[in-house]
Design a protein around this ligand. Structure first.
Ligand code: F6R
Length: 244
């Protein structure tokens, strides 16, 4: 596990974009696994700048997002499809036909999840998976539980995640109670993983996940078992991390 500690959010965003950019430069037809949330917004802005300057190109890139709410169509301004369009896809030279998110409006969610796994495999697997981390250690919407969930699956959101995400909705009652997420197994199959976290609110979980025991009660802790993980933090999120 490699740690890159930047001074602030801007530095974290630039460093994270450089990690993704270097994968894109090595293989312009790479497969990116992407995350939503507040943390990677700056990284996506940096990648959009890099695409505009010609440092990277999304022309031949394929993307798979980690997760999507159940019941929100892509036109809903809190759907993760909408988020990705706003923060990245509409700003870069990507072919939208090659951008994939789980379909939270599918009539048969289980079948959609199986098809999503197959589509990732058919694309050759994920070259780099970007992850944020929840305050409870969730990655994607894999919440603390008794066993690591393996494949893409529907999930009931915990109260703490509903509360955390309610900041983006008019009312907490509007936050969907269910989502679809890649499983821990899907994430662990990515050839490289990039975790981004910023702010003092993430300092405890960053330390617990990356220096504590590997347990499904802290889903991100499983990343300690992955052979190629880069964690990019700002100084505040790294404050409680005790690594050499
Ligand atoms: C987003 C996702 C979530 C977030 C996590 C952190 O696609 O899967 O696991 O990465 O909730 O969210 P922020 O970045 O808003 O703190």
């Amino acid at each position: 596990m490699e740690f890159i500690i930047a001074e602030d959010y801007e530095g974290m965003s630039r460093a994270a974009a450089d990690v993704v950019g270097s994968v894109m430069q090595d293989d312009p037809a790479c497969v990116l696994g992407l995350a939503t949330g507040s943390t990677p917004i700056g990284m996506y802005a940096c990648l959009a700048e890099d695409a505009a300057s010609g440092t990277v190109s999304f022309a031949d890139v394929t993307t798979f997002n980690l997760d999507e709410y159940v019941g929100l169509p892509g036109t809903h301004d809190q759907s993760y499809r909408y988020f990705m369009d706003q923060n990245l896809f509409d700003k870069v030279d990507i072919d939208k036909a090659r951008t994939n998110l789980p379909d939270g409006c599918a009539a048969d969610l289980e079948a959609m999840c199986d098809a999503y796994e197959t589509k990732i495999e058919d694309a050759g697997g994920i070259d780099i998976q970007v992850l944020g981390i929840g305050h409870n250690g969730h990655i994607g919407f894999n919440e603390p539980c008794e066993d690591f969930p393996v494949a893409t699956h529907p999930v009931d959101l915990t109260e703490s995640t509903i509360q955390a995400n309610s900041r983006l909705f008019d009312d907490v009652a509007d936050v969907p109670r269910r989502a679809v997420t890649m499983g821990i197994g899907t994430i662990m199959k990515a050839r490289k993983v990039l975790v981004v976290a910023n702010g003092e609110g993430k300092a405890d979980i960053v330390s617990e996940a990356f220096t504590g025991p590997v347990v499904p009660e802290v889903p991100a802790s499983v990343l300690q078992l992955h052979p190629d993980v880069t964690v990019v933090l700002d100084a505040a999120a790294a404050a409680k991390l005790d690594v050499a």
